[in-house]
Design a protein around this ligand. Structure first.
Ligand code: SAJ
Length: 454
């Protein structure tokens, strides 16, 4: 099929779609295209997930408004179906790929899932198929990794036997469907005609701008937008450390700085978690390093943000020392284990890093998080007999703590606040000793030793 015929089929919704990878990116987009009227086949390697979805259920955790109902409705309509058999891709005209693209412990891209998907697809792909990568990939991956794999596995020629593009996802946990419909998308085609075909496709589900461009630009925009956020957060964190040293309050400084035109200082805090921000800057840095371009700011920002849980541990250690206590043997309550407020997502959670550091110092831990089954319960009961409380996540439940009750429960009335949640004066009036990240710490000046990240 030539591209014009494919565009016609896309416009008339007779093109048969497939989505490889039914995770928090793939499942919503598959269901949305089904809702738009396309026949959509979801390909997922986890058999239990296939069965679950074909039963009209959504395996995506957390509160995702509208998603469960949409999946159920589209399965019942017959427009959406899941399979784990790649052979069923042989009659598909458009195939989206939304598999994981993590980095390894050396911050290098792990493209195994993407390679497996491309090789399996290539073997069965119809001539004239449009393949679209939605996963976040390092700039240059489309030309140097995706295209050669598809050429080899399909024995077809790009822009003759198949068409190829990159439309990076821009979804955020907790608002997957809303983002999908309302956030603009960069539409990178390996040819301008392909980009136009992709715009025609995404126009069926996206009400925001669809910015047609080339693939390298699409790869760069996605990784740069998250590297930008990571660097901005690292700047805020470095200012927090400066304020602790020179006796300022970073939260006041940030508020007044942001009154200056064109300033948008981000929030400092106890660390940077999640599935995007800790990973995407490394994908961008990898591509630069491949071309011998020195990258200093991006790795430095990652190091600063990754060091924040250790900084929280240092604040805790110093505050305990001022009470004549040590971390070793202390009983510490960590409030918040998800990586993000009002979420149950624990990927790359700063609280997990903090827990590792404290356990390495032989502290004993209790953990509370209202969004995680294993950490639910009465936080004041958990606080009973503890030597300190550490606030790591700005969950709604922690914004109006009963400071009197907390002081009464704690053995040492100490609160370390990693997210500027505590009303310091109210808490101190109840007898709590409060240390807030980015503010002047104790009478003894600088914070003690930084603990090494595990
Ligand atoms: N964080 C800070 N300071 C800030 C902002 C965030 O410490 O000023 C921390 C958070 O506590 C969290 C981590 O960074 O641990 C990530 O927070 P995030 O708000 O960036 O949330 P994510 O990880 O869900 O990021 C996603 C990204 N979206 C996509 O990749 C499609 C990101 O580009 C969005 O900007 C972000 O959602 C968003 O704005 O919600």
């Amino acid at each position: 099929m030539n591209l014009q015929d494919l565009i016609d089929q896309i416009q008339h919704k007779t093109a048969r779609l497939a989505v490889i990878g039914l995770g928090y990116v793939g499942l919503p987009v598959a269901a949305e295209f089904a809702r738009a009227g396309f026949n959509v086949l979801g390909v997922e390697q986890r058999q239990e997930r296939v069965q679950y979805i074909n039963a009209g259920q959504t395996p995506i955790e957390g509160d995702e408004p509208g998603l469960a109902g949409l999946v159920n409705e589209q399965i019942r309509s017959g427009r959406l179906r899941a399979t784990h058999d790649y052979q069923e891709l042989k009659d598909r005209n458009v195939v989206l790929i939304a598999v994981e693209t993590p980095v390894d412990e050396n911050h290098l891209p792990n493209s195994q899932a993407l390679q497996d998907a491309l090789q399996s697809l290539g073997k069965v792909m119809l001539p004239g198929t449009l393949v679209i990568i939605e996963s976040t990939i390092a700039p240059g991956t489309m030309e140097n990794f995706v295209r050669p794999l598809l050429d080899a596995s399909s024995r077809l020629q790009l822009n003759q036997g198949y068409y190829l593009g990159n439309c990076p996802e821009r979804v955020m946990p907790g608002k997957l469907l809303a983002n999908l419909r309302q956030v603009s998308r960069v539409v990178g085609g390996m040819s301008s005609e392909t980009a136009q075909a992709m715009v025609a496709l995404y126009r069926h589900i996206v009400q925001a701008d669809l910015d047609a461009t080339d693939c390298v630009t699409a790869e760069l925009v996605k990784t740069v937008e998250n590297a930008y956020r990571d660097v901005q957060i690292a700047f805020a964190n470095e200012i927090a450390l400066i304020c602790e040293g020179v006796g300022g309050n970073v939260w006041t400084v940030r508020e007044l700085v942001n009154k200056s035109p064109y300033r948008q200082m981000h929030l400092p805090g106890a660390g940077v978690g999640g599935h995007c921000i800790p990973k995407d800057p490394w994908l961008l840095a990898y591509s630069a390093i491949q071309k011998d371009v020195p990258v200093r700011l991006i790795p430095a920002a990652r190091a600063i943000n990754d060091s924040m849980p250790a900084h929280v541990a240092a604040l805790l250690g110093q505050a305990l020392a001022e009470k004549g206590r040590q971390l070793a043997g202390a009983l510490i309550l960590i409030l918040g284990y998800a990586y993000l407020e009002n979420s149950d997502d624990t990927r790359a959670s700063p609280s997990a890093s903090l827990a590792q550091i404290l356990e390495a110092q032989n502290a004993h831990l209790r953990i509370h998080d209202p969004y995680l089954n294993e950490f639910q319960g009465d936080l004041y009961a958990l606080a009973q007999g503890c030597d300190a409380v550490v606030l790591m996540v700005r969950h709604q439940a922690y914004l109006d703590l009963d400071y009197q009750k907390l002081a009464g429960a704690l053995c040492t009335p100490l609160v370390i606040d990693g997210r500027n949640i505590i009303h310091r004066k109210l808490a101190e009036a109840c007898g709590l000793v409060v240390r807030i990240i980015g503010t002047e710490q104790s009478t003894t000046g600088r914070v003690g030793t930084q603990f090494d990240m595990p």
